[in-house]
Design a protein around this ligand. Structure first.
Ligand code: DCP
Ligand code: MG
Length: 364
């Protein structure tokens, strides 16, 4: 990374113990107490949505059965979720984000990526913007958030988690390489538990270990995501902050007057749909990596099957080829199909180059 490179400025904001903090704010009797938001242990299959920091000290975590939470901390208070209250907070934090940028990609009610490479108020410093956002959340909502700031989404997201609660972590371009080398593999966003176990069995514990593998070896060992890991461990993540999430998938479908029963007839229709999809993708300048076929049966049940390719496609031929592979394996013998659909997704994953900026912008 040389001095000529124009870096993006990405902030990842994530609210602290979100549902629990809203409950503690609105009900003073819950403050400084171990509380769990989610199903009660008496109810069937209650699980913890989230726990206050006081409850986390006992080892209580999201997605844990409520019964386990109660065993870990018999005094824990179970609180029923109020989604309307969380939605209202979520709307308010988005309004705060919009004061600085319109390039906002929400990941859930409580977290979002912001691209502040250029900001609406010409503040210029992403660290300062993150401070202002955290300050506004505290003043206007009496809640805390943690922010991660870096030059790409991957590092910003990991950074926001590093100094929770009420954290602000900046990982600049000069620190990224060593940061990624030191990062334990289980912290890699997108590395599931199974992959992490596999990596460790192979003697791969940190980013530095992963770096010893060639791109081909990464793909061979971990499949398609191996390519992503290969790049990310080198600090490269060109995924854009996507403020228009509706472009995450495009699909076409058709309902048939008479149910289709023969695979040949289904293939004929799928070829027509593949062409329609290709035209639509080309019109929007989009290419996808994953093709999905949707089958709706006579009894209105729906089955979807997907196939992912190593490269991005948007031609009729390539889509049809993927569709044929899916149809070949699909258990549709003796089935009556009333609707077929073909869709594509997975446009992102390092595939979109960010637009070239021609002037050097003030760095952080
Ligand atoms: N949530 C849920 N079920 C899960 C995880 C989360 O219902 N398995 C809900 C409750 C959380 C909210 O989503 O409050 C946000 O999730 P986070 O993972 O950001 O967790 P928190 O905000 O609660 O805690 P942290 O401070 O670790 O971000
Ligand atoms: Mg959170």
């Amino acid at each position: 990374m040389d001095g000529e490179t124009t870096y993006r400025k990405i902030i990842h904001v994530d609210m602290d113990a979100f549902y629990a903090s809203v409950e503690q704010r609105d009900f003073p009797e819950y403050r400084d107490k171990p509380i769990v938001v989610g199903g009660s242990p008496e109810g069937r299959g209650g699980v913890v949505a989230t726990a206050s920091y006081e409850a986390r000290k006992f080892g209580i975590r999201s997605a844990m059965p409520s019964k386990t939470a109660q065993r870990l901390c018999p005094d824990v208070i179970f609180v029923y979720p109020r989604f309307d209250a969380y939605k209202a907070v979520s709307n308010h934090i988005r309004e705060i984000f919009h004061r600085y940028t319109d390039i906002i990609e929400p990941l859930s009610l409580d977290e979002a990526y912001l691209d502040v490479t250029t900001d609406k108020q010409n503040i210029g410093s992403a660290i300062e913007i993150a401070r202002l956002i955290k300050g506004a959340i505290k003043n206007e909502l009496q809640l805390t958030a943690s922010a991660g700031i870096s030059i790409n989404k991957f590092v910003a997201k990991i950074a926001s988690d590093m100094k929770k609660p009420d954290g602000l972590t900046f990982i600049g371009p000069s620190k990224i390489i060593s940061f990624m080398e030191e990062l334990p593999v289980e912290k890699f966003f997108g590395v599931g538990k199974v992959t992490a176990v596999k990596m460790k069995a192979m003697g791969l514990h940190t980013g530095a270990d992963l770096k010893k593998l060639s791109e081909a070896e990464m793909i061979q060992s971990f499949g398609k995501p191996g390519k992503f890991y290969y790049q990310i461990v080198r600090g490269i993540d060109n995924r854009e902050v996507q403020s228009h999430r509706e472009t995450k998938s495009v699909s076409v479908e058709d309902t048939y007057q008479e149910d289709l029963t023969a695979k040949d007839a289904m293939l004929t229709e799928l070829e027509i749909l593949s062409e329609r999809l290709a035209i639509r993708l080309q019109r929007h300048g989009l290419k996808g990596r994953t093709i999905t076929v949707k089958f709706k049966f006579h009894d209105f049940t729906i089955m979807t099957r997907s196939f992912s390719l190593p490269e991005l496609i948007n031609t009729k031929e390539a889509i049809t080829q993927a569709v044929k592979i899916i149809l070949d394996k699909a258990p549709v013998e003796d089935k009556k199909v009333r609707l077929l659909g073909v869709g594509t997704s997975n446009f992102d994953m390092l595939s979109r180059e960010r637009p070239k900026k021609d002037k050097q912008l003030k760095l952080f």
